[in-house]
Design a protein around this ligand. Sequence first.
Ligand SMILES: [Zn+2]
Length: 220
Amino acid sequence: MKILLIGPPGVGKGTQSELICSFYKLNHISTGNILRKHIDEQTELGKFISSFKIHEGNFVPDDLINNLIKDMKHDGLLENSYLLDGYPRTIDQSVFYVNNIISNLNECIAIYLDADRDYIINRIMKRRICNKCGRIYNLSQYNHKFSDNVCSKCGGKLIQRLDDNIDVFKNRLEIYDKTTKDVVRYFKELKVLFEVNALGEIKDVFNRIKNVIGEYYDSY
Ligand SMILES: [Zn+2]
């Protein structure tokens, strides 16, 4: 099972990735995490990537990211079932993935997690993160617990992430939409794309995803 999880920032992709991976026992491969790790560890690649300011929504060049994935394949990291999160993000990456990474198109399914843009923006504006343990909260979901803006797990202070600034976020979303349109169309034409409505409770969204996966992979 090779799942490509596609979806705009703020749609809940991270949460759903975790649920899918633990339910189907998949390796979670997040290109965003891989890139961030290089940046944090200040590797040569990391220094190079930093110059593209990915936190503002910019993308690293297709060649760089394609080579990263190709190296993973050479290292045998793509042999078992996996969920790819954050890749492919452009049409060039999509074509590269289909032609160079997978051997059989039918083993892969692209899930497009989507929701109304206003809904996503509204949700992100209400997102808070604990400055001590990193737990993420959403003010709209647990309104009554937030009078004091304190983490219920560790007592840390709940703050808004820099990435969640409305202008920065809208910019990320716009860039995302512009480039992802073609990705969605490409996988749709290959008949391996399934759209899942990301509105509502986490468990409801997860059930929709499971239905889609179940139908596609009869044997699971
Ligand atoms: Zn905390």
